[in-house]
Design a protein around this ligand. Structure first.
Ligand SMILES: NC(=O)c1ccc[n+]([C@@H]2O[C@H](COP(=O)([O-])OP(=O)(O)OC[C@H]3O[C@@H](n4cnc5c(N)ncnc54)[C@H](O)[C@@H]3O)[C@@H](O)[C@H]2O)c1
Length: 323
């Protein structure tokens, strides 16, 4: 999976996962813009890329600063002529239980993760549309996908990024702009003291970056959500059960014959058709092969169009063998 000739911007890459991503993308041939709040941190990583034989420039800007981000994209276009890849990686935490969280901390976290990513997407959107090529990755989190104590602000912002991905992927499709999400787990400044020493030892950020690569190469999927950590990779899906048609009043017999749980049936615990029955949700997920086989747009389309398999964003990809 080569990125020869591709130009990538990685936000918040002065350390942690962003640094690992910048080094990895550069090792695959991409020229990389290393962005962070501090020029010193960004320049250090850019020097590491250069020392490894790659090309990088360091740009200090906050992703929340529209003018600063616009200037970063203009500089990239002036130096290298295009922007092929945007990795929205910059992030912060302000963890507290919701009871103790201030709205200022809620807004700040949403501002950096969600609004910051939207600002960066907006800044590269026209260049990507004009060149008919773009690969964008949102850095989401299991805290957003599934929740985590003390992270109401962060989880809300991280899941909002999945929503941003869904629509940008639809709007970008005809311009060959593909948009995906990465949910990493890694030992970085962000997880120091949060995870156990034993876990942190296994969670080298560099083990996440091959997953990022699969989301930004030419034959990348679109609308995929990839969980990655410690060398494990798994796709998460926003899914839907088959449901049933209740008509004006619903028919208990039909619902029962389709094997729905009580809560799915008309007259069951919930309103008809609105409850995701865990058993069926699991059965639906089980129809998908693990995300290790080769991904192709045709295969993904066939999978999505197969009867009863309509999970948007289903994908398969390869992390090995096609380096
Ligand atoms: N480490 C994990 O296990 C984990 C889990 C899930 C999601 N993530 C996400 O991965 C991304 C990277 O996190 P990390 O673990 O490497 O943390 P980190 O703290 O090591 O790195 C985050 C980087 O973003 C930079 N940054 C913060 N605000 C910025 C802004 N406004 N503009 C530009 N840069 C800014 C920081 O200076 C820092 O270098 C984040 O989006 C984080 O939410 C991390």
């Amino acid at each position: 999976m080569s990125l020869q000739g591709r130009i990538a911007i990685v936000t918040g890459s002065g350390g942690g996962l962003g640094r690992a991503h910048a080094l990895y993308l550069a090792s695959r041939g991409a020229k990389v813009v290393v962005n962070d709040l501090s020029l010193e941190a960004a320049a250090k990583v850019a020097a590491e890329v250069a020392a490894a034989g790659g090309d990088a420039i360091a740009v200090a800007a906050s992703v929340t600063d529209e003018a600063g981000v616009a200037a970063m994209v203009e500089r990239t276009l002036a130096e290298w002529g295009r922007v092929d890849i945007l990795v929205n990686n910059a992030g912060i935490l302000r963890d507290k239980s919701f009871a103790k969280m201030t709205m200022d901390d809620f807004r700040l976290v949403v501002d950096v993760h969600l609004i910051g990513a939207a600002i960066c997407c907006k800044a590269v959107w026209e260049p990507m549309r004009a060149q008919g090529y773009g690969r964008i990755v949102m850095t989401t989190s299991s805290s957003g996908l599934y929740g985590n104590f003390g992270q109401a602000n962060y989880g809300a912002a991280k899941m909002a990024l999945v929503g941003l991905m869904q629509t940008l992927a639809i709007e970008g499709a005809k311009h060959n702009i593909r948009v995906n999400s990465l949910a990493p787990t890694a030992a970085t400044g962000m997880t120091e003291g949060v995870l156990s020493e034993e876990s942190l030892r296994r969670l080298d950020p560099a083990l996440v970056s091959p997953g990022l690569l699969a989301l930004v190469v030419e034959d990348a999927p679109t609308r995929a959500i990839l969980c990655a950590g410690a060398g494990n990779f798994a796709a998460a899906h926003v899914t839907l059960t088959d449901g049933f048609y209740a008509g004006a009043g619903g028919r208990r017999r039909r619902a029962r014959s389709r094997g729905l749980g009580r809560g799915d049936r008309p007259g069951g615990r919930d309103r008809p058709g609105l409850r995701l029955h865990p058993g069926r949700a699991r059965a639906g997920q089980g129809r998908f092969r693990p995300p290790m086989a080769s991904w192709s747009p045709a295969a993904a389309r066939a999978q999505e169009n197969a009867p009863g398999r309509g999970v948007p964003g289903a994908f398969q990809f390869s992390l090995d063998g096609r380096a």
